[in-house]
Design a protein around this ligand. Sequence first.
Ligand code: ATP
Length: 363
Amino acid sequence: MPVPAADGNADQVLTIAVLPGDGIGIEVMDAALAVLRQLQQQVPGLQLRLQHCSAGASEYQQSGTALPQETLQACRNADAVLLGAMGLPHVRQPDGREVTPQIDLREHFQLYQGIRPAYLHHDMDTPLRSVQAGEIDLIVVRESTEGLFHSRGQQVAPDADTVDDLLRVTRTGSHRLFHAAFRLARQRRRKLTLVDKANVLPSMVLFRRYFDEIAEQYPDVQTERMYVDAAALHMVRRPQSFDVIVTENMFGDILSDLAAALVGGMGMAPSADIGEHVAVFQPCHGTAPDIAGLGIANPIAMILSLGMMLEWLGTETTCSAAALLRTAVVTALRDPAVRTPDLGGNCTTAAITQAVLAGLQAG
Ligand code: ATP
């Protein structure tokens, strides 16, 4: 992972900005905080000061802004940010778009690395035949500040009959992304796949050229280059062959959902959005309004995001807490009965959380 916010091994008090957001974001955040409380009881010296902040569609309804200045300031000052999910389909800006403060945060703090791991905990969670637990273990690194999302803020005139979206690739944006992806690959199985569309789009020709430049500095990492359509095919056919995948914003958006589907869906997919000064940890899923309030949201993605945060904080104490958490999730999910309805089970959010807490106590 990139340079952590904290250094040294002293048991310093770390500040975490906590943004539950909307819908199931609030429910899965409750679950993650229960796990964190248990970890604080079990890991001596794990000192985290939680600063609860408001942002999202509900905040927009109340105050007219989805991301208040004081929340931005708290994120800037915190050692890390833990986020639930934000946005609600019926809460719209005057031009008709949903509020997306989670994307605004990425742009505001230049969180250019979208780190999206997909790990198969149990054979029963994948729609693929003949893939065993542990055989899918990949990370999509999604560029998160430019690419095809670059012009997302443009207004669409009511009488428009043509709109162009711009796919932006820059040297600075690409170099920092590729360095991060190569560093990550070095910590894993040392294989990095570039996903692009360099056979058609000039922006992607440049993207690949920048990749090749940076690759020369990491001769110990095996590289491959793949067009995005082929990547979608191969991820389904032979997901075991991927280690780290690096790609532009929109391709990463789509392929990380595909990767999530291979290991059980959005409820199993954690993520980190990392910049030079701020890092945000959140599940890949949205607010799931269709199941919000029913108490059946899968909290695993949120709990695993908490684990990524603890690991990224990088002190001996937070790393041992992260390791405990990971083992507890593995232990809990070994039991096929520990599944929410999105995975074909009938557990509640609370029951899954209890299973993880029990795994912690057992660990
Ligand atoms: P966004 O655009 O913000 O990513 P979305 O509307 O595309 O949001 P989600 O909110 O992630 O997507 O929901 C997509 C589907 O996945 C919904 O049917 C939802 O119920 C389901 N889902 C998402 N997250 C979870 C979860 N943690 N547990 C159970 N089901 C979930």
